[in-house]
Structures are given as structure tokens and as C-alpha cells.
Ligand binder design. Structure first.
Ligand code: PPE
Length: 306
């Protein structure tokens, strides 16, 4: 999917033209991958564009930075405002929002502490991450030969730029093998997550999603969906899942800001359920899609108007 340009990008407090949002080739993060980022979405609501769980995303951005000992030169409120301003100035109703905290130009070498810290926020329209077909009918998953990070190699709670090499390797492998997306296992052999999404399975009528200790990111959509599912009366548990649980699951789906809620059609060619999105998946997907556009009163605190 080629990028669709918007007008302005926020860089260290200033709104610059899209084509002028440039950095030096000796930008530290470009070489060593020590940066942190967020992926957020704005949706059109009855009272204008609103950013879904913006405050929670910015909180996670600061937690990621803290883990990497990156000192963000803005306050959380300033970055919340930066996201809102960037959506507003680009006059866009629905978009993806990418805040990035990176180490800039002026220092090289593996000690990142002396490097300057820069922040940017870009927005652009981004359609269905795993395709409209995936949202409607489900995606075909492959368990990757690549493992998710060991928590003592890479901290799963941090959304770090360099950590995504692991995801990209798994994604390449899955796509080359003819699948839509990969599922990664932890070094202990438990199901962790997908390349850019958390995973849920339904077994014996219960919804289960893996914990942070299995190497999964603490997903904000995972949290929204677990809340929605419980409020719908479903039993939801955070717990370890085995590869074989995926093969015999009644239903399975993945969640993420970019992907939203996507049914899983099969895992390693074992069809999930009858191969069509299951009733719990459908219901959760329906409530999530209404929630993000401010149509569910119960969750309107999650919808932060720009
Ligand atoms: N796990 C990973 C590894 C991950 O990258 C994401 C988000 C999630 C789980 C779900 O987290 P949340 O968005 O808070 O529900 N992945 C982002 C990156 C997508 C990209 O290609 O870039 C996203 O969905 O924005």
C-alpha cells in the first residue's frame, strides 16, 4: 500500500510540509533502531473526528521511552495536543497517526544516552491493514519459524522501532509461503502474538489472550476488546495458549489499532471452526467498529475529540 500524502507533519513542535519532513543520514535511530513509536487511529464521529484512546497511547509511548531510557523532550499533554493539532491541520476525518520518538543527529556509537531526542507526528489515511476481505471473511495465518523476543533480549512492553525486525522477518516468511499473516511463539513455546496484532482464541466457550510474559505487546485494542467482550457477558481470560489450541479453536481473531478486529480463517491450514468468522468474533467486531466511531455510550470516554 503506497502512502497517501497529507499536508503537514509535526516535527519537534512545528508543523512542516509533508515533503520537507526530512532528517540527516546520521540520525542515530536510523542506524541502531533505538526509538519508540505509537500507532493510533482517528475516526469520524457524529461530532467530528476523534482519536481513539489517544491518552492511553501516549501513556504507552512514555512507558516505552522510559524502558529505553529515552528522555522525551515534551510532556504527555504536549504530545496529545500535537496529535490533535496534526489531525486538525490536515483537515482529515479518518486517519492513522504515527508519533515517533527517535534519537537524532549529533552522536554515533552504541551509547544512546548523549544523543539528542526528536519527536514527530505524521498522519495519513490508512485503509484495512489486512484487507477488506480479511475483515469480512478472515485471514490465513502461519506459525512463524521466528520466535517472539525473549523478554530479556527485548522488552515486550516497549514499542521500540528496532524490535520490529522480528515482526518483519515473520511477515516476509508468511507472505512468501502464501499466507496473510504470521503468529509468533515465545521462546518457551507459548503463543505470543502476530507481527503487528494481539491474538485471541475461543476454547470451550471461553475467550483467551496471551499475557505480556509470552512476549506480547500490551495492546490497547486487546484491552478494549477484552472489556467489550466481558461487557457482552463472555468469559475472558489472559493466559497461555499452545499452538495446538489454535488448531482446535472454536473461533480466533486478532486485534490491533491498524488491523482493528480481524477473524482468523485458518492456522497452518487447520480451518478454525467452520472457516467462517464465529458468532463471538462477529459480535465483538461489530461493537468495536461502533465504539471507535463514538456510537456506544458506555465507551465514549475512549473517544477523544480533536
Ligand atoms: N502487537 C504488536 C507487535 C503490535 O505492533 C501492535 C500494534 C499490537 C500488538 C496491537 O497493539 P494496539 O495497537 O495497541 O492494539 N501494531 C501497530 C503497528 C502497525 C504497523 O504496521 O506499523 C498498529 O496497529 O498501529
Amino acid at each position: 500500500m503506497p502512502l497517501t500524502k497529507t499536508d503537514k507533519i509535526w516535527m519537534d513542535g512545528e508543523l512542516v510540509d509533508w515533503d520537507d519532513a526530512r532528517i540527516h543520514i546520521l540520525t542515530h535511530t536510523l542506524h541502531y533502531g533505538c526509538g519508540v513509536f505509537e500507532g493510533i487511529r482517528a475516526y469520524s464521529t457524529a461530532s467530528g473526528p476523534a482519536i481513539f484512546r489517544l491518552t492511553d497511547h501516549i501513556r504507552r509511548l512514555f512507558e516505552s521511552a522510559k524502558i529505553f531510557m529515552i528522555d522525551v523532550p515534551f510532556t504527555p499533554q504536549e504530545l496529545i495536543d500535537a496529535c490533535k493539532d496534526t489531525v486538525r491541520v490536515n483537515n482529515i476525518q479518518e486517519c492513522y497517526i504515527r508519533p515517533l520518538v527517535y534519537l537524532g543527529y549529533g552522536e554515533m556509537g552504541l551509547n544512546p544516552l548523549p544523543a539528542p531526542v526528536n519527536v514527530s507526528v505524521a498522519v495519513w489515511p490508512w485503509g484495512a491493514y489486512l484487507g477488506e476481505e480479511g475483515i469480512s471473511n478472515g485471514v490465513r495465518m502461519k506459525i512463524s519459524s521466528w520466535q517472539r523476543h525473549d523478554p530479556n533480549a527485548m522488552p515486550p512492553a516497549a514499542k521500540g522501532t528496532g524490535m520490529y525486525i522480528n515482526s518483519s522477518m515473520a511477515k516476509i516468511e508468511a507472505i512468501k509461503a502464501g499466507y496473510d499473516e504470521a503468529i509468533l511463539l515465545s521462546p518457551q513455546g507459548y503463543v505470543s502474538e502476530c507481527t503487528g496484532e494481539n491474538i485471541f482464541v475461543v476454547r470451550h466457550g471461553k475467550i483467551i489472550t496471551p499475557p505480556l510474559s509470552a512476549g506480547a505487546l500490551e495492546g490497547i485494542t486487546q484491552n478494549s476488546v477484552a472489556t467489550i467482550a466481558r461487557d457482552l457477558g463472555y468469559e475472558v481470560e489472559v493466559g497461555n495458549i499452545l499452538r495446538s489450541d489454535l488448531y482446535v479453536a472454536e473461533e480466533a481473531f486478532l486485534t490491533g489499532t491498524a488491523a482493528e478486529v480481524v477473524p482468523i480463517q485458518s492456522v497452518d491450514d487447520r480451518v478454525v471452526g467452520d472457516g467462517r468468522p464465529g458468532p463471538m468474533t462477529r459480535k465483538i467486531q461489530e461493537v468495536y467498529m461502533a465504539t471507535i466511531r463514538g456510537q456506544v455510550d458506555q465507551y465514549k470516554d475512549w473517544v477523544e475529540h480533536v
